[in-house]
Design a protein around this ligand. Sequence first.
Ligand SMILES: [Zn+2]
Length: 224
Amino acid sequence: MKTPHIALVFSFALLLSGPRQLLASEPTAMKRVSLVFDDGPVVDQTDRMLAILAKENIHVNFCYIGKNVDAHPELARHALAAGHELNDHSYTHPHLKTLSDAEVHAEIQKCFSAIEHTTGKKPGWFWAPFLESDARIEAQANEVGLSHFPYQKYHFISTDDWNTKVTTGAMIHQRATTGITDRTVILCHEWVPDTLAQLPGIIAELKKQGCVFVTFSELAHGAP
Ligand SMILES: [Zn+2]
């Protein structure tokens, strides 16, 4: 009789405690979250985004299009100086699978060079446009000296903020803050005004859930 009695009391306690207490009592409280902003740098967005991130004292990933870096090198330098990780998102954002090996190589190399020459630092990772990568494209990234960030190894959330005709600010907030577990990668886009507007609220909610913010490299290498 003892075991069922205990189980009953325990179930009742769970019922009373509600989800908030249950969350707080979880043993693995730390949730590492890696925010990703694709396609920058972007005039009128980058510096405002950097100001929000600096105020919150967090670091994120910027996956840059090389031609945007060449057009706005000062914005890339601002992002690096603020401690964020800069990554290679190709030079013109094509569908890489439709290109030859030489063309894929050139796309990745040109973005690599733009970031390195502009900021003095090599990009950390390759991050394929439209996340369209395969072994052939990965091999070209390796030749340039990069690996595609292995987001499939982590809990991956796309906010789909790029789909601005369909995705509202409320949807971006909801997707970026729901079902977060340790080692979650959350994809957003630097050029989306709704994402910028939602960012303070998203960060506040993630912090409330016990999240700490890490770059791709910190995630891959187990820090902090
Ligand atoms: Zn992109």
